[in-house]
Ligand binder design. Structure first.
Ligand code: NAD
Ligand code: FE2
Length: 382
């Protein structure tokens, strides 16, 4: 196996209040003419996509819009958005929203220049051509999809999520403006923040972790410990929201390069099977997967190292895991998979599909199917 590690992030990223306008300046300097906005009905309803449309029009661009992206976007969303793009002959894509809008936009921008169907690009670096330039305006903190080379698209017929990991889907510009997040409701703030925490954990324990991704993961955990509860309680707190922007971006830098583990491998199946929110699935699974990972000595040590960053009582793996349960309680995350409506009779197929998901390849322990079922059962009965 090669010992070379790569490190991938977008060429340009903007942070802080006013970042959105900075991104519009970027679009102007590139002399794009026709922008397509990819977003979802929630973002359209709060008027954010309308506001960006106005700003782009004021700056001389034609603007088309596809605003029907669903949570856990599916092949139908990609096809419908691509149709609008072709009708307009767009030269730049602007995604506004959380992971769902960005993932849909990435898939659309990739197909616009490569042709075919999104399923053709499942796996790692399957495309030939650079995607259309994507300016990703983030509104959750979050998936970090606004800066990663991943796009996760559901195959609604097969009830599975496809992972497309491709340098060509990395956005040209990532925008994290906290003012786009002040209205994010507490439950979504909690779920998306715990998704970012999961990225930090899985990247820190990953077999592909490097000193760079370790730094990103630990600093991400520091900021989440400092500010997630505050952002949850007071969504308009500028410092807490700004900290969470940096935290989720750092978490993205970590997992974009060190990849993930069994929390995401299983969570993707729950999302594909039952349409459950990604962050909630991760939050429920995170402590349980770690209680299995700690059987590996290096992982046990790494979980103990995380303790002081996460405000755990003692510097042990068990204390870190207990702190994760406490986080879930304080942020009103459902207690277990039973509460989420997962069915015992599906454990087997969920475990089988999780073992096919590329995210598990860098988990510190490669579990047998019976062990994956045992993790799911523990998270169900807890
Ligand atoms: N590509 C990646 O790197 C990556 C990584 C992790 C997860 N994902 C994917 O991302 C998706 C989940 O994304 P998400 O958790 O960001 O949620 P989401 O994009 O599905 O959004 C959830 C809901 O929140 C609403 N919303 C978003 N921002 C808002 C705001 N500021 N104010 C009010 N409402 C707002 C949306 O309208 C939507 O109804 C899943 O499909 C998951 O698989 C992708
Ligand atoms: Fe995630």
């Amino acid at each position: 196996m090669s010992s070379v590690t790569g490190f991938f992030i977008p060429p340009v990223s903007y942070f802080g209040e006013g970042a959105l306008l900075e991104a519009v300046n970027f679009i102007k300097t590139k002399e794009f003419k026709k922008a397509i906005i990819i977003t979802d009905p929630g973002i359209a309803k709060i008027g954010l996509s309308g506001k960006v449309t106005e700003i782009l029009k004021e700056n001389g661009l034609d603007v088309a819009i596809y605003d029907q992206t669903q949570p856990n976007p599916n092949i139908g969303n990609v096809t419908a958005g691509l149709k609008v793009l072709k009708e307009q002959d767009s030269d730049v894509v602007v995604s506004i929203g959380g992971g769902s809008a960005h993932d849909n936009a990435k898939a659309i921008a990739l197909l616009a220049t490569n042709g075919g169907e999104i399923g053709d690009y499942e796996g790692v670096n399957q495309s030939k051509n650079a995607a259309l330039p994507l300016v990703a305006v983030n509104t959750t903190a979050g998936t970090a999809s606004e800066m990663t080379r991943f796009t996760i698209i559901s195959n609604e017929e097969k009830k599975v999520k496809m992972a497309i990991i491709d340098n060509n889907v990395t956005p040209a510009v990532a925008v994290n403006d906290p003012s786009a997040m002040y209205g994010l409701p507490p439950a979504l703030t909690a779920a998306t923040g715990l998704d970012a925490l999961t990225h930090c954990f899985e990247a820190y324990l990953s077999t592909a972790a490097s000193p760079i991704t370790d730094c990103c993961a630990l600093k991400g955990i520091d900021l989440i410990q400092e500010s997630l509860e505050e952002a949850y309680k007071n969504g308009k707190d500028t410092k807490a929201r700004t900290d969470m922007c940096y935290a989720e971006y750092l978490a993205g830098m970590a997992f974009n390069n060190a990849s993930l583990g069994y929390v995401h491998a299983i969570a993707h199946q729950l999302g594909g099977f039952y349409h459950l929110p990604h962050g909630v699935c991760n939050a429920v699974l995170l402590p349980h997967v770690q209680s299995f990972n700690k059987k590996d000595e290096k992982s046990n040590n790494r979980l103990a190292e995380i303790a002081s960053h996460l405000g755990a009582k003692e510097n042990t793996a068990d204390s870190t895991i207990e702190r994760l349960h406490e986080f879930n309680r304080v942020l009103s995350i459902p207690r277990n998979l039973k509460e989420l409506g997962v069915k015992v009779e599906d454990f087997e197929i969920l475990a089988e599909n999780a073992m096919k998901d590329a995210c598990h390849l860098t988990n510190p322990i490669q579990f047998e199917k019976e062990e994956v079922i045992a993790i799911i059962r523990q998270a169900y009965e807890y």
